[in-house]
Write a protein that binds this ligand. Structure first.
Ligand code: PMP
Length: 343
């Protein structure tokens, strides 16, 4: 990896971060007259911990990483935006990613006026490592990868991910939003081996908490320090921190839900191919299925008329004719199958 100092935008490297009241005083006190809060209506009258240490301790223990290697944000979407703002000079630097993949990488690049280079996956929806690395040049600061990938559902091959981590001198983001539904292990265990690795995870999928907006980025403490420097001071609100702390105690419940979802995924994989309008089910390691149907637009509309909403991906690269279907509860999946049979 290049020196971090040469990767981070110069203005970000040189700037002094905002110092909040809660940053300046840490320790025990009983009278807080430092942050212009209303003294009534506790505990929500107080600003939350800007560094979310209690929550990070919990996540560190759960994931086996150092708490200094964790950044928490308002969904993974915040981490995606901050990585771009930290490393990519608008109008000069670029990002390389895969196509198709999660749409927010490109949106966040566009918002920041950073060129976004997309490299098509191969016909098995896997990484074309050579073309990916060829697309990168000296101004490429970040490569965004997603495994299991959205909307294709598959894991990218592990050895190809290693090749990218080995060869690329900038930051490699591996978005693992769906890793809990996968048979492949996380790349979190590789943080110590690859200083250029950043892993994204979220409470929005397996943990069943998309509503609280809590995303996690894991990387070297040096990289995390850069993200912390530019984030909003109180980017994770107190209600979210509290709920996340309690939900993270419910690992058994989360695991049972994941098991049920995987079981239902298998049932859908068996049932869907028997239906006339279904042409192909792609292999998946996530909580959704990419399904090729006879007429994606028409079938999407007919499902909407029956109150069933899936994601029409027919206009997405390599996904012509495809719907992306999230695995629901057993009765929801039954309704989907019934509806598709009746079309
Ligand atoms: N990454 C991927 C691959 C996703 O599919 C999604 C949500 N659809 C996200 C990140 C966003 O996660 P969050 O809710 O944590 O912002």
């Amino acid at each position: 990896m290049k020196d971090l100092k040469d990767l981070v935008r110069r203005n970000v490297w040189n700037m002094k971060p905002y110092s909040s009241a809660r940053d300046e005083f840490q320790g025990n006190a009983s009278v807080f007259l430092d942050a212009n809060e209303n003294p009534y209506n506790g505990p929500y009258n107080r600003y939350p911990d800007p560094m979310q240490w209690e929550l990070k301790e919990k996540i560190a223990a759960l994931k086996g990483v150092k708490r200094e290697s964790i950044f928490l944000g308002n969904g993974s979407d915040e981490a995606i935006d901050l990585v771009i703002r930290a490393f990519c000079e608008p109008g000069a630097d670029n990002i390389v990613s895969i196509d198709p993949s999660y749409g927010m990488y490109e949106v966040a690049a566009n918002v920041n006026n950073v060129a976004f280079r997309k490299v098509r996956l191969d016909d098995r929806f896997d990484l074309d490592t050579d073309r990916l690395l060829e697309a990168a040049d000296d101004d490429t600061k970040v490569i965004f990868l997603c495994s299991p990938n959205n909307p294709t559902g598959n894991n990218l091959s592990r050895d190809r991910l290693y090749q990218v981590l080995d060869a690329f001198q900038g930051i490699v983001v591996i978005d693992e939003a769906y890793v809990d539904f996968s048979t492949e292990p996380s790349f979190l265990g590789e943080l110590e081996n690859f200083p250029n690795l950043m892993v994204l995870q979220t409470m929005s999928k397996a943990w069943g908490a998309a509503g609280i907006r809590l995303g996690m980025a894991f990387a070297s403490p040096e990289i995390i320090t850069v993200l912390n420097k530019i984030k909003y001071p109180y980017n994770v609100n107190l209600l979210t921190q509290e709920y996340a702390l309690s939900r993270l105690n419910e690992t058994r419940n989360k695991e049972m839900q994941v098991e049920t979802i995987i079981h239902e995924r298998e049932r859908l994989q068996e049932e869907l191919p028997k239906i006339n309008c279904v042409r192909k089910i792609y292999p998946t390691d996530a909580n959704f299925l990419l399904v090729e149907v006879t007429d994606a637009n028409a079938i999407y509309e007919k499902l909407v008329q029956r109150g069933i909403i899936v994601r029409n991906r027919t206009n997405v690269t390599l996904c012509n004719g495809c719907l992306r279907i999230t695995v629901g509860k057993p009765d929801e999946n039954k309704k989907l199958i019934m509806a598709l049979k009746e079309l």
